[in-house]
Design a protein around this ligand. Structure first.
Ligand SMILES: Cc1ncc(COP(=O)(O)O)c(C=O)c1O
Length: 391
């Protein structure tokens, strides 16, 4: 079966859980292996010059294990094509250098992953790509910014890292379409199980597959999924030309994680909702940022565009920065560390860890903020761990 056949096999109306297990993952035609093999290979025999078997000639251009992952991702996001990269940042960089040219302008969120800001601020700015931070949770602010200066693209995250703000994807997609800008949605926090931005009008979905898609904190990866096949071609060309591809073993691990994404996300969301409720009633906590809480400013939009509210919870600690840092040091089950989306719970202090690169910028995060990646351990144990850390 060729890569193209496998891509089409996903688009047959099956449910999410079925696609996660089967899209791009037909039993191996040669052996019947039910899991796509790890094609740990760089090059492929040709039957005469140009006579490739299934289109494979060199693994930077395409590799069957990566094709399986890409076809699955395209099916899960409802895209025309997905490309799998070595990391989320590799996907972001390749996408931006595919869709933008020096001199272009991009709107970015006020509130986003610090590494995304660093890419715009420290790398692509010297490529003459200008950026403007905008409160993308407010469609009026986006409309105003687009009217002020034409933008090639609007970049949003929803929910955002680490403040869990919500962006109305359909509303921003309409504004982008009116203004001739592409809408890119970083869907890392929600995962395709909870939210499908392309169905809401976005042009591109970005993932750090390192997070919920991989799901086990054992692999780095990234993906870009596009609605337009022509953009998919351009991105594949740039990916091959620049080379930041996902390797075969990393693709295999990510695909292995994806098969259980639905059940994991349900449990992440359940545990996170319990954690958010407990924290909201705790005297040591000044504010809880979780889109599942009815008082969250984005709650209604999240309820409209997400299938659940996800596993990420942030909160502000009474007592300021030092108190927040101290809480991070006292948990026993929540491991102090960067990253998120794995089965195990993690805790971190964004201002000094994941978002240190945004210090002094419009994307700086509050110093009293703690971010939790709520895992799928027993909910009671997680609540008890946080209670003792806040005591
Ligand atoms: C929302 C978001 N986007 C992108 C990235 C970058 O992904 P990676 O670390 O896989 O390069 C991260 C990493 O934490 C992230 O949280």
């Amino acid at each position: 079966m060729t890569a193209g056949d496998r891509r089409r096999a996903g688009a047959d109306g099956n449910g999410f859980e079925t696609l996660a297990i089967h899209a791009g993952q037909e039993p191996d035609p040669a052996t019947g292996a039910v899991v796509p093999p790890i094609y740990q290979v760089s090059t492929y025999a040709q039957d005469g010059v140009g006579g490739t078997r299934g289109g494979y000639e060199y693994s930077r251009t395409a590799n069957p294990t990566r094709t399986a992952l890409e076809d699955c991702l395209a099916a899960l996001e409802g895209g025309a094509r997905a490309l799998a990269f070595a990391s989320g940042m590799a996907a972001e960089d390749c996408l931006l250098r595919t869709i933008c040219r020096p001199g272009d302008h991009v709107l970015i969120p006020h509130d986003a992953y610090g590494g995304t800001f660093r890419l715009f601020d420290k790398i692509l700015s010297s490529w003459q790509l200008s950026y403007q931070p905008v409160a993308v949770s407010d469609p009026q602010a986006v409309k105003h910014a687009l009217a002020g200066r034409p933008a090639r693209a609007v970049w949003v995250e929803t929910p955002t890292n680490p403040l869990l703000s919500i962006v109305d994807i359909a509303a921003i997609a309409q504004l982008c379409s009116d203004a001739g800008a592409l809408l890119v949605v970083d869907n890392t926090f929600a995962s395709p199980y909870l939210q499908n931005p392309l169905a809401l009008g976005a042009d591109v979905v970005i993932h750090s597959t390192t997070k919920y898609l991989g799901g086990h904190s054992d692999v780095l990866g990234g993906a870009a999924v596009v609605a337009d096949p022509a953009l998919g071609e351009a991105l594949a060309f740039a990916q091959n030309a620049t080379g930041g591809v996902a390797g075969p073993f990393d693709s295999w691990l990510t695909l292995r994680g994806i098969r259980t994404l639905a059940v994991r996300m349900d449990r992440h969301s359940q545990n996170a909702a319990r954690v958010a409720d407990m924290l909201a009633a705790h005297p040591a906590v000044a504010a809880v940022l979780y889109p599942g809480l009815p008082g969250h400013p984005g709650h209604e939009t999240a309820a409209k565009q997400m299938r659940g509210f996800g596993g990420m919870v942030s909160f502000r600690v009474r007592g300021g920065a030092e108190a927040a840092v101290a809480v991070c040091g006292r948990t026993r089950l929540f491991t102090l560390g960067e990253s998120l989306g794995g089965v195990e719970s993690l805790i971190e202090h964004p201002a000094r860890m994941t978002h240190a690169s945004a210090a002094g910028s419009p994307l700086e995060v509050p110093a009293d903020l703690v971010r939790l990646s709520v895992g799928i351990e027993s909910g009671d144990d997680l609540l008890e761990d946080l209670r003792q850390a806040l005591r």
